[in-house]
Design a binder for this molecule. Structure first.
Ligand SMILES: C[S@@+](CC[C@H](N)C(=O)[O-])C[C@H]1O[C@@H](n2cnc3c(N)ncnc32)[C@H](O)[C@@H]1O
Length: 264
């Protein structure tokens, strides 16, 4: 397990990376910030991953105060808000927050956004009924500190978390690491498992980590009733039949995403 490191330079690089190209913008060439752009980002995300509605519980938090940590363009935030949750989104990057704010304004959906660091959330203890975070906390240098912050701001006595992190025992990681290692050798580079996980989000991505379920049990030990669901994102660049085989036979036990559900 990669330990927490207080590394402000690394954090600044994480910020700069995601600020330059907020997550999701890469899936469309439509003019950024237009309604067509947001529609296209949304259509792409949920067409290729139709299982997200159930996995992320978009429809289960009507009337609840929900915080999304690392909201990116606010694509998932919007699903919760449309289904009646009272949403607040935070992201490390100003650009993501600006995109998300604009999106909610364009659609006339209420919701608050602010720039904030998951490792130091600007909210009092016990504020939210639900804290949601999808593919975020493995990109911050101090993942455990961020989990502690999630625990702090979610309400005692039943507040819920829905979190996705990268899963270590994944076919993609194993096969990807092997290929990456071998192609690296051809180029005279020693490329490891940690390198593969990092470049999964782009060759310039400064930080990415993956965890086993036993590591996650320790990291989320302060929560009650911790459950996991493993699944896999579809790969645009894989032949369709490979995606179908993967979803049918492997994704539920060796997928690259692990959802963590728990209560405080
Ligand atoms: C892979 S993107 C995911 C975005 C969004 N959750 C989604 O699924 O589209 C990772 C996001 O995490 C944000 N992030 C990284 N470190 C963070 C931190 N310490 N605090 C808040 N957000 C962070 C990045 O700015 C980026 O928007």
């Amino acid at each position: 397990m990669i330990p927490d490191v207080q590394d402000e330079q690394l954090k600044a690089r994480v910020h700069d990376y995601w600020n330059a190209d907020p997550c999701g913008t890469q899936f469309t060439h439509v003019e950024r910030g237009s309604k067509e752009f947001y529609d296209e980002v949304e259509r792409f995300r949920y067409t290729i991953q139709p299982f997200m509605e159930k996995l992320c519980k978009f429809k289960e938090f009507r009337g609840k105060k929900l915080l999304e940590v690392g909201c990116g363009l606010g694509t998932d935030t919007l699903q919760f808000a449309r289904n009646g949750a009272l949403t607040t989104g935070v992201d490390l990057t100003e650009n993501s927050v600006a995109f998300a704010e604009k999106r909610f304004a364009l659609y006339g959906v209420p919701g608050e956004f602010r720039t904030a660091d998951a490792e130091n959330l600007p909210f009092p203890d016990d504020t939210f009924d639900v804290v949601y975070s999808f593919g975020v906390l493995h990109h911050t240098p101090r993942t455990q500190t961020a989990i502690n912050e999630v625990h702090r701001v979610v309400k005692s006595g039943g507040g819920q978390i829905v979190i996705m992190l990268y899963h270590k025992q994944s076919l993609h990681v194993w096969l990807g690491t092997l290929l990456f290692f071998l192609t690296g050798l051809l180029k005279g580079k020693w490329r490891t498992y940690d390198d593969w996980v990092r470049v999964y989000d782009g060759s310039e991505n400064p930080l990415g980590k993956a965890y086993s379920r036993s590591e996650l049990r320790e990291m989320f030990a302060q929560f009650r009733n911790v459950r996991f669901a493993v699944c896999d994102p579809l790969r645009r660049h894989y032949p369709r039949f490979l995606n179908i085989i993967n979803q049918k036979f492997f994704a539920s036990w060796s997928g690259f995403w692990v959802m963590i559900y728990a209560e405080k």
